[in-house]
Design a protein around this ligand. Structure first.
Ligand SMILES: NC(=O)c1ccc[n+]([C@@H]2O[C@H](COP(=O)([O-])OP(=O)(O)OC[C@H]3O[C@@H](n4cnc5c(N)ncnc54)[C@H](O)[C@@H]3O)[C@@H](O)[C@H]2O)c1
Ligand SMILES: [Zn+2]
Ligand SMILES: [Zn+2]
Length: 339
């Protein structure tokens, strides 16, 4: 049971949480900031159980969305909305402090790191707003500067790549290529708006995309694998003058072929999500502009987390997308949008 450590902390009883591709990187041991024994997970919806004396925006009992990013709201990066770079926060949950795949979690800087759960969005849809929809939008679509008529390639059709495909359509690209080795995920990507499916099981995604674009490549590449192969594909398919937006969490160095790329006027961005798009995404979900429930494939109890990890890790066999873990302590709640 976590305890309040600072007046600005809140303790949240988790209702629903989930597993991220980043947690798989952690389980593989490639995220060096995560100590052995750390409780992981950085997404969830829950109920405020306790508040420190300095918390003013929330009361005990409030249903809240937890941002995967902790932010003070007061430092210079926070003032610019760059919460991921908060001087006293950033990605802490399930990284440098115990996280959300637990019955209770301590949320530092609760006033700026929690959001009241809107009554018109169901709890499981809301969990997709802790991390993956903001990441797809902010680190993928906005950093990649997608414009109407652009050709876009999303490299990796895991839940975050799929989320990027959903929100890329806010900007009306002409084509969305999606690259993966998992046929099920490619088919899901098509249902969510991808127009060209590239199966990389024979490691020839680059040749397929170049053949389909008259050797030009695509205007915007969103890298959503988080392995060196994701970078290798991205730099080979970006058009001259295009942008590569890296949202993968990388644990290994990659090779930038500057001898080939120096003359191509491309840009590359990489970074943490800030989750400053959460309020806007809440409105887009509430009005039906985007339906995050499509990203959910499986449901487990929190006490079945080990099995849930197996299912999410072996997505090609299990057809897993996002897996929802419901706290064994939770009572069933009515689903407002299906009523
Ligand atoms: N920047 C951020 O703030 C941020 C936030 C959330 C997640 N992430 C990262 O985003 C990435 C995606 O997350 P996810 O939850 O979708 O992960 P995931 O592991 O479920 O998805 C990765 C996908 O890449 C595919 N893939 C693997 N090797 C491939 C290859 N050689 N060719 C083609 N496809 C291949 C897999 O089949 C899988 O579908 C991860 O690296 C995660 O850590 C970053
Ligand atoms: Zn994540
Ligand atoms: Zn800050």
């Amino acid at each position: 049971m976590p305890v309040i450590q600072k007046p600005t902390d809140a303790i949240v009883r988790i209702h629903k949480t989930t597993i991220c591709g980043t947690d798989l990187h952690i389980m593989r041991g490639t995220v060096e900031t995560v100590a052995v024994g750390r409780g992981i997970g950085h997404e969830g919806v829950g109920f405020v159980e306790q508040i420190g004396s300095g918390v003013t925006n929330f009361n005990v009992g409030d249903k809240v969305l937890i941002s995967c990013i902790t932010s003070c709201g007061k430092c210079a990066p926070c003032k610019r909305g760059h919460y991921g770079q908060c001087r006293d926060g950033g990605w802490m949950l399930g990284n440098t402090i115990d996280g959300c795949q637990a019955e209770y979690v301590r949320i530092p800087h609760a006033d700026n790191s929690l959001y009241i759960a809107p009554t018109n969005i169901d709890d499981e849809a809301l969990v997709m707003l802790s991390d993956i929809l903001p990441t797809g939008l902010e680190v993928g679509v906005l950093e990649g500067r997608i414009q109407p008529g652009h050709t876009v390639a999303v490299v990796g059709a895991g839940p975050v790549g799929l989320a990027a495909i959903l929100v890329a359509q806010f900007y009306s690209p002409a084509e969305i290529y999606v690259i993966d080795r998992d046929e099920n995920r490619l088919n899901e990507a098509k249902k969510m708006g991808a127009t060209k499916l590239i199966n990389n099981k024979d490691n020839n995604a680059v040749q397929q995309v170049l053949a389909d674009t008259d050797d030009i490549g695509v205007d915007v590449v969103i890298e959503a694998i988080g392995l060196p192969i994701g970078w290798d594909i991205s730099e080979s398919i970006v058009a001259a003058g295009g942008n590569i937006a890296i949202l993968g969490v990388h644990g290994h160095p990659v090779t930038l072929h500057l001898e080939r790329m120096w003359k191509r006027n491309f840009t590359m961005t990489a970074g943490l999500v800030h989750t400053n798009s959460i309020p806007m995404l809440m409105k887009a979900v509430a009005t039906g502009k985007v339906d995050p429930r499509r990203l959910i494939s499986h449901h487990f109890k929190l006490s079945e987390a080990k099995h849930a990890y197996d299912v999410f890790t072996n997505a090609a066999e299990t057809n897993a997308l996002k897996v929802i873990l419901t706290n064994d302590l939770s009572k069933p709640t009515p689903n407002p949008t299906s009523a």
